[in-house]
Design a binder for this molecule. Structure first.
Ligand SMILES: [Fe+2]
Length: 319
């Protein structure tokens, strides 16, 4: 039987992908961000998932206002990186898992969630940036470490799905995975956010208090999050903060009680708060053990953290 061993939440800021692609990861501004994912990459190398389901949103790359699926599941054998205006990112084509994806589509649709099935789809930074953050840099000529099933969610055009709907879809995805006969270790990503607004009078809005509270509840009290209406995300986390509902699909696919393996939060990246969390299931195949090892590595010193915070402040003022 396949099983979901862990959920990963990660921002998918496009500028992070650009920093990686343009060799800027050692610059202090970006190193502050990339170093926050080093333990996560160690955890991922130890966990070695067979498949990753990645919940993300398309940013007018595969879809446009002409066609807006609320939930679109990638069932293709591969997903090329999209050209987002400056050429496709120099990352490998993402290999899919059509058999598991089709099984999930059947199970979830018969469970009354009306997914759009995509047998051809390009994927943008919303998916490839979190893949780099968790899997590391992979040359275009190389291979991602595991097949990926993309799940694109509309959070770009009103109306996006509610947090409750997302959470329940996560539940249905878990049920689908657990009814797949092959013994596969699956991880699920929720991506996007955290607080940010990219245009209008409130452009640059970041609400760290809201973000940290969201991460706390995601870990230990997700039912509190499923009741949050869209207007609260918009008001508190900015217009694009609504992307955070996608993290609830990931959370819905996990046990009620999970082990928080790792968390990282920093501001800003570009003009966005960067949030990241790894939550491990406790049941059979849960990814708790390897996580504990990865998390046991020494933490950055208080001095280093202070210096990083000061740099972040300076960059925010510049930027
Ligand atoms: Fe996004």
């Amino acid at each position: 039987m396949a099983r979901i061993v862990a959920g990963i939440g990660s921002s998918h800021v496009p500028a992070i992908g650009a920093a990686l692609d343009n060799g800027k990861t050692e610059e202090p501004y970006w190193k502050r961000i990339f170093s926050g994912f080093e333990k996560s990459q160690a955890w991922m190398r130890e966990t070695k998932p067979d498949v990753a389901i990645i919940v993300y949103n398309d940013h007018a790359s595969a879809f446009s206002v002409e066609m807006i699926p609320t939930f679109a599941l990638g069932c293709a054998a591969e997903f090329p990186p999209a050209d987002e205006g400056w050429g496709p990112r120099p990352v490998p084509v993402v290999k899919g898992h059509p058999a598991l994806a089709s099984h999930i589509a059947q199970s979830v649709i018969l469970d009354e969630f009306d997914l759009t099935i995509c047998n051809k789809m390009e994927v943008d930074h919303g998916m490839t940036v979190p893949m780099n953050l968790l899997f590391g840099k992979v040359e275009k000529s190389g291979h991602w470490p595991c097949p990926v099933i993309p799940l694109a969610v509309n959070v770009v055009m009103y109306p996006p799905p509610t947090g409750h709907r997302c959470f329940m879809l996560g539940r249905a995805i878990r049920k689908a995975v657990e009814s797949y006969p092959e013994d596969l270790k699956v991880v699920i990503f929720g991506t996007g956010g955290l607080s940010h607004q990219i245009s209008g009078p409130r452009a640059g809005l970041i609400n760290s208090k809201w973000d940290k509270n969201f991460l706390d509840n995601l870990s230990s009290n997700p039912q509190k999050l499923v009741k949050i209406p869209h207007i609260d995300y918009m008001r508190e986390a900015g217009a694009e903060g609504i992307e955070m509902v996608m993290w609830l699909i990931m959370r819905g696919a996990l046990d009620d009680k999970v082990d928080e393996v790792y968390r990282f939060y920093t501001v800003p990246a570009s003009n966005t708060a960067v949030g990241h969390i790894i939550l491990a299931n406790r049941g059979r195949g849960g990814a708790r053990k390897s996580a504990a090892k990865a998390a046991a590595k020494p933490k950055r010193s208080a001095g280093k953290l202070k210096r990083a915070a000061a740099r972040a402040k300076v960059e925010r003022i510049r930027g």
